[in-house]
Design a protein around this ligand. Structure first.
Ligand code: LLP
Length: 440
């Protein structure tokens, strides 16, 4: 990325530079954040996070008023993000007992939760029923068995959507494609899904409200979403015709991609939502379907571009004629995406963002393996130990996927907005690392 473009606030990552010549996140000096909270530091621009939530709500409501947006919390499931999404009028998608607990503890009402998961355990189903989660997204027959048994046992009822596998494979990393025929997720359409819908409709304490699909993540092209919508609505018509099952609600999942690199051109949220709703309108008319309530559940496109990770640069090693390694104090322990998916990021120096790039270096993490490189080809000015590196678009699936590999404590997460910074998750300590250890 050209630092001078970023400096004007018009670049792909659009974080401004202040009078001191430092990067600003949420109108807070990034260098000041580092002094106050240390590194590595996951900073979430609160203003951008809130704006992203509002953009989704407005776009979907405008296109289809009978609708709701759920924040796919897995992208960054901490109490602060769940709470913020709820404050902005979103529900929260949770995919485990732990995410459910986090959202509830953050004050999100259970009725605003959509409970996902391809292998919910009996304990999780029991917990979710007792808590009163708004919707279960049912992934398989085993889950219907659990719901049948546990609604009876707890004297509760469950409102469900069936997860469809529409057989669509968008162009994204194979590990994050989810909607294809060969998938652990959901009911294949039409046969498996028809069987499940027929069964669900007969269950006494289970109310089948409609359908769900999610085809993958970091999708930069709208066509797969159009195909997804068409396949789901064709199926809804078939279910109505063959089983007399009516669809009141349709959840199109998440998956919209974001900009990681200067050249990435993600569709605008309004265009993404518009593409889904255009197909919906055509199919509702074609099949004379009752117009359903529509849900989307974005994760990355809510929180991804709001995140910046700040690192302190340490060792710099130049192998003449080969490569320069610039080591930072984080790595695959707090952002495993480059190692897992070959994910690419852009970076600049937070304390000198206006310095022109002068070299191409590898930004290496601290973990004990050669594959722990966060950016293989970063364009940076001359660097020295003590410089602060800012890596952009790290809000989604970084902290959420962080581990304690090599016993590195997880970094702190800070919300920066309106000129003030607040801790959302404290930095782990060495004591946290051994909290559950026992020497038998
Ligand atoms: N709904 C369901 C059922 C999902 O499985 C997901 C993501 C979402 C919604 C949100 O998708 P998004 O809008 O964030 O694309 N760890 C990977 C991404 C995994 C996505 C998992 N499911 C990565 O770092 O790229």
């Amino acid at each position: 990325m050209d630092a001078s473009i970023a400096a004007r606030g018009a670049g792909p990552h659009a974080f401004p530079v202040n009078a001191k010549g430092h990067l600003e996140i949420g109108s807070v000096d990034a260098f000041g954040l580092v002094r106050e909270f240390g590194t590595p530091l996951h900073v979430l621009d609160e203003d951008r996070l809130r704006a992203n939530c509002r953009t989704y709500r407005t776009a979907l409501r405008t296109a289809w008023p009978n609708s709701a947006v759920f924040f796919a919390s897995k992208a960054c499931c901490v109490m602060a993000t769940c709470r913020l999404a709820y404050e902005e009028g979103l529900g929260v998608d949770v995919a485990s007992g732990g995410e459910l607990y986090t959202a509830l503890q953050a004050g999100v009402p259970a009725s605003h939760l959509m409970f996902h998961g391809s292998n919910k355990t009996p304990d999780e189903v029991d917990y979710a029923l007792r808590a009163g989660v708004g919707r279960f997204v049912v992934d398989n027959e085993y889950e219907l068995d659990l719901l049948e048994a546990y609604t009876a046992r707890t004297g509760t009822q469950a409102d469900i959507l069936l997860r469809l596998t529409p057989g669509i494979e968008p162009h994204t990393h194979k590990a994050i494609q989810t909607g294809g025929v060969d998938s652990k997720f959901g009911f294949g359409i039409p046969d498996a899904a028809l069987r499940a819908a027929g069964r669900a409709a007969r269950l006494e304490r289970v109310r089948l409200r409609g359908f769900h699909a999610h085809i993958g993540s970091q999708i930069l092209d709208l066509e797969p979403f159009r195909l997804e919508a068409a396949a789901c609505l064709d199926f809804a018509a078939q279910a109505r015709d063959e089983l007399d099952v009516s669809m009141e609600e349709m959840n199109f999942g998440g998956g919209l991609g974001i900009r990681y690199l200067t050249g990435d051109e993600p569709p605008a949220v309004a265009d993404y939502v518009g593409a889904l709703i255009d197909v919906l309108k055509v199919k509702v008319a074609e099949h004379r379907l009752n117009p359903p309530k529509v849900y989307v559940e974005p994760g990355r496109s809510i929180v991804g571009d709001a995140g910046v990770t700040l690192y302190t640069i340490g060792a710099v090693k130049t192998i003449p004629g080969v490569r320069t390694y610039v080591s930072v104090d984080g790595g695959m322990n707090e952002n495993p995406r480059p190692a897992l998916y070959g994910a690419r990021y852009e970076a600049l120096l937070a304390d000198r963002p206006l310095d022109a790039p002068a070299q191409t270096v590898a930004v290496a993490g601290r973990c004990c393996e050669s594959g722990d490189v966060l950016i293989w080809e970063a364009r940076l000015p001359a660097v020295r130990g003590g410089d602060i590196l800012a890596v952009f678009s790290t809000g989604a699936y970084t902290y959420a996927m962080a581990s304690n590999y090599n016993r590195f404590p997880r970094p702190a997460v800070v919300l920066a907005g309106g000129g003030r910074a607040r801790v959302a998750v404290a930095r782990e300590t060495y004591d946290d690392l051994i909290r559950n250890d026992v020497v038998p």
